[in-house]
Design a protein around this ligand. Sequence first.
Ligand SMILES: [Zn+2]
Length: 135
Amino acid sequence: MEYEKMLNRLYMSLPEKTTSKERFELPVMESSVQGKKTIIKNFSQALKTVKRGEKHFYKYLTKETATAAAMDEGKLVMNGKFFPDSINKLFTNYINEYVLCHECKKPDTEIIERNGVKVLKCTACGALNPLKKIG
Ligand SMILES: [Zn+2]
């Protein structure tokens, strides 16, 4: 009870700007299970929206789910059954790590390489965030 009151107060004291100002709309992976496979229908499109290569997220997803997958004309066909929720949770984690600036949380970033290390470079605030290697 007390905790809830505290939370309410916290929400109310947040300036209006941070909640309504042009927030980055996260794309959602649309997937469905067909037999023993899971098909992500808008795989290419979703990655275009976050400006990341399909192969990059493909590597991330297959590693995190420990499954094999194949790209097929903009779709991704994964072995095994996965709930849309779990795919999107991984996609959100991926976006937080590899798309949004770790400092200012804006999506205006690009992945560059510095001394053999992949770095997330923010074009909005100039921050450089070394990235975890996939695989
Ligand atoms: Zn930034």
